[in-house]
Design a binder for this molecule. Structure first.
Ligand code: IVH
Length: 693
């Protein structure tokens, strides 16, 4: 094939494949098999490989992804991406309608009502019928150029399907992950987790909701993954300089004709009562759609009238959104069960008569703590109202007292731990009850070990919750430190039974030789984990990752931290009363101290290690550290200086050699340093000085 023939073939394959793509994704009426499609696509890919400069900008091969973007370019929006005013009641909508009427000085106007799709806003630019650019909303005036990723969304035309189009225009819409697709994605994570568990690896977390997943997906560097995620996009705004279309409706019709996905859920309304009908209809029906929606958008139809009404500082005066009320349902409270967390905190959970709510079946709701039960005065057998907003766990909002059966008893909050029977305690000023039986309350022990081995702590990948439960059941371990005395012989071929909480069914499990080796190896390897992560792994209440880092940097060794009193701990930058109290209490406990002794014997790291290769390169130098740093904690930076032989002073003087300056450093400091001729280092030059990366 010569270049001329190749050009022709590339052109015809591009057109043909784009057409089939449209038939498949937009019309759901494919005319060729997937196999034929793939064959043609491969043929095109091959030709494009041979003649890269003949590849067309709207080539369907860009749908497949594969291009990597290291950093998305920030670009200015030609028309700012505004947000909409929100309303929550029909009264507010009547007010909006009144403002429109007064603003236009007439009754003669129409609205287009649309659903408010809960996804990620995108702006697409078309030049001469070809998709030129896809930009995220960003701050409304500037966004990220994510064209490569946008091209993988199959319902977005790379080339318009009509010859009658304005030369250059923008369309806006919402990228979303269809509900089914989102579900399937989480199902695949669950499957992968089963595999991981079998291999003794820790589980991956599920995706929280479709919107955040979409947003994360669009920002991925690898467009291949974006293509695999099967995002979709509804378009709902058209913009150009020439005002080609007289009404919003006409522009939607054009978009449809041009091959865009326009949701067929919009209505034309002539009165505010029509708008209310729209709301009432779609508040119910929306759950059947493949896209999440959280309200409706009302837009004045005529573009001339839109211009007449104009904008406020932030929002158009010709459009507004109405948010659906959080869905609520009435059901019966069957029981209250109590869950025990890893720190012993008790959470009461309502067991409900299953009820349909926002398209899902709800069986449970959180009751938070004893105060919440008291506040609601909810009782077993009560008829209750449950609400669900977004992805949040449903909650009981009120009790229907009029339907309460006679003589139902008030809830007596439990006084003993449901797991171990220990009398619960509740500290003054705290809402939560606690089980104080740290050592042997099984749920707490299990939770603590799970936390200890988690990724940000000891990162013992090969252990999963089920295996730990098995170890506990077989009395192989009682606390964290016992992990380090486990031997291969202890766990190789270990058999244990697992009881399904719901069905009561038991499953037999056993640890195979390969997993056993992995487990022992990764436990041994965890001894290299640095002190701050070990400290975090201990699971001291309120000591999260960052707090653990601060404490480790300040005290440097566990012994010094154990000896420290409340005053000393609270004096550490950003450590408050609650944390300090909790740390003191933890180390006051004999059992905690004994366990730390055992972990020390096992060889875990309990002091800040000198940096690898730390030498004396900062010897005889005096530093002042000021401002906030991106990659170092301030204490961490000071420690690094000390570890490398330098001195840290608190104020600038003629003895200062370097000022390490972060963001937000006061101007006075800079001036003083300048006047004394002191070298100012930013984070990266400091790193260079240290030869530390
Ligand atoms: S029109 C100037 N229509 O809601 C008005 N927006 O708060 C431009 N949205 O950023 C927006 N569905 O991400 C419009 N049918 C719809 C919409 C919609 C969802 C989002 C969009 C926008 C936000 C406005």
């Amino acid at each position: 094939m010569n270049a001329e023939e190749a050009k022709k073939k590339i052109e015809s394959l591009t057109e043909e494949l784009n057409h089939h793509n449209y038939l498949y994704y937009q019309e759901a009426k494919p005319e060729i098999s997937d196999y034929e499609f793939d064959q043609k696509l491969k043929e095109l890919e091959k030709l494009e490989g041979e003649y890269p400069n003949l590849k067309l900008p709207h080539s369907p091969t860009s749908r497949v992804g594969g291009d990597i973007t290291k950093e998305f370019e920030t670009v200015e929006h030609k028309y700012p991406m505004l947000s909409l005013g929100n309303t929550y009641s029909k009264e507010e909508l009547i007010d909006f309608d009144g403002r429109v009427k007064r603003g236009l000085g007439t009754d003669d106007y129409e609205y287009i009502c649309e659903l408010k799709f809960d996804g990620v806003a995108i702006s697409l630019r078309y030049e001469n019928g070809i998709l030129a650019r896809g930009i995220t909303r960003g701050d409304g005036t500037k966004g990220d150029d994510i064209t490569t990723n946008v091209k993988t969304i199959r319902s977005i035309p790379l080339k318009l399907r009509t010859n009658d189009y304005p030369e250059s225009f923008e369309v806006r819409g919402e990228v979303f992950m269809p509900k089914q697709q989102f579900k399937a994605l989480n199902e695949s994570v669950k499957r992968e987790n089963e595999q991981r568990e079998a291999e003794g690896k820790s589980p991956l977390t599920l995706y929280a909701n479709a919107r955040n997943t979409t947003s994360g997906t669009l920002k991925m560097q690898d467009s291949k993954i974006v293509a695999d995620r099967k995002l979709d996009c509804y378009l709902y705004s058209y913009l150009d300089d020439a005002n080609t279309y007289d009404t919003h409706e006409e522009s939607l019709k054009f978009l449809e004709k041009a091959g865009f996905h326009v949701s067929q859920t919009y209505w034309k309304c002539t009165t505010i009562n029509d708008v209310f009908d729209y709301i009432n209809h779609w508040d119910q029906e929306r759950h059947k759609l493949e896209v999440e929606t959280d309200g409706i958008v009302i837009k004045v139809n005529s573009i001339a009238q839109q211009s007449e009404l104009g904008f406020t500082a932030k929002n158009p005066r010709w459009a507004i959104s109405y948010k659906f009320k959080a869905e609520s349902a009435i059901t019966t409270l069957n029981d209250i069960v109590y869950q025990v967390g890893r720190t012993g905190a008790i959470t009461p959970v309502a067991e409900l008569e299953p009820v349909q709510l926002a398209g899902t079946t709800v069986k449970r709701a959180s009751l938070h703590n004893a105060n919440e039960i008291e506040r609601l005065d909810v009782r077993i057998g009560d008829s209750v109202n449950v609400e669900k907003g977004g992805e949040i766990i449903p909650k009981i909002t009120s009790v229907n007292l009029e339907s309460r059966p006679a003589d139902v008893a008030k809830i007596q909050y439990i006084t003993e731990c449901p797991e171990c029977g220990t009398t619960l305690i509740r500290k003054e000023g705290e809402a939560q009850h606690y089980c104080p039986n740290k050592e042997s309350c099984p749920t707490q022990v299990q939770g603590r070990i799970e936390h200890f081995i988690s990724r940000n702590a000891m990162d013992i990948e090969s252990l999963g919750p089920r295996t730990i439960a098995g170890f506990l059941k077989r009395n192989l371990i009682k606390d964290l430190s016992d992990l380090y005395t486990l031997t291969f012989e202890d766990i190789n071929n270990l058999q244990f039974e697992e009881v399904d909480e719901l069905t009561g069914e038991t499953t037999k499990r056993s640890i195979k030789e390969k997993s056993a080796r992995n487990i022992i190896d990764s436990i041994q390897k965890s001894k290299e984990i640095p002190f701050e992560r070990v400290l975090f792994g201990l699971g001291i209440r309120y000591v999260g990752k960052t707090v653990a880092e601060k404490l480790a940097q300040h005290f440097e060794t566990i012994d010094r931290l154990m000896e420290a009193d409340f005053e000393e701990i609270v004096s550490v930058h950003e450590i408050g009363d609650r944390i300090a109290e909790s740390v003191v209490e933890y180390f006051r406990d004999e059992e905690s101290r004994a366990m730390i002794g055992r972990l020390k014997d096992a060889g875990l790291s309990f002091k800040i290690e000198r940096q690898e290769g730390a030498g004396d390169q900062l010897k005889d130098l005096t530093f002042v550290v000021s401002g906030v740093f991106e990659t170092f904690g301030r204490d961490e930076l000071k420690n690094l200086i000390k570890q490398h032989g330098g001195k840290v002073a608190s104020s600038i003087s003629s003895k200062t050699n370097y000022l390490v300056a972060g963001a937000n450093m006061g101007p006075a400091k800079k001036e003083k340093a300048d006047s004394l001729g002191i070298t100012i280092l930013d984070e990266s030059s400091f790193r260079e000085l240290l030869h530390h990366d």
